[in-house]
Design a protein around this ligand. Structure first.
Ligand code: ZN
Length: 144
């Protein structure tokens, strides 16, 4: 028996179950057919975020950012590259705090960028401020 990993599709948000040994084999969503890992962060709104965090067995790395934030813009390609590198071991998600102020409030985001790691629906780590690529990867790997 293989272990099944539960994953929320970043495109249609439907919950998929993927055998653990198939995670690296470019799995596709059973509903919409899109790749479950796209090699880049998924931009989600509040309801999408709630579904992905609740229905994803692998750790979810979240970047809380905003358009007007200079350090966030510098952080964006770093986060993108980390997604390419670390998926499918983790899921990478971006939350625009202007579009989802309820999430920023719920998680008490006081400065951006703020990076949070969720596991099993719970926050397990947080880091405020931009990070360079190797610091980001090291930080993620130390928690997952
Ligand atoms: Zn889908």
């Amino acid at each position: 028996m293989s272990t099944a990993i539960t994953l929320s599709c970043p495109s249609c948000l439907v919950t998929n179950r993927v055998p653990a040994e198939r995670l690296n084999a470019a799995p596709k969503c059973g509903r919409c057919g899109e790749a479950l890992f796209q090699g880049s962060p998924a931009s989600l709104d509040s309801s999408g975020f709630a579904r992905v965090v609740a229905n994803t067995d692998i750790p979810v790395i979240v970047d809380f950012w905003a358009q007007w934030c200079g350090p966030c813009k510098m952080m964006a390609p770093v986060f993108e590259r980390a997604a390419q590198e670390l998926e499918p071991a983790c899921r990478f998600v971006k939350i625009d705090t202007e579009a989802a102020p309820d999430l920023a409030q719920r998680y008490q985001i006081r400065s951006i960028p703020s990076l949070l790691i969720f596991s099993g629906g719970r926050e397990i780590a947080r880091q405020a401020g931009a990070m360079d690529y190797s610091s980001l990867v090291r930080w993620v790997k130390s928690h997952v």
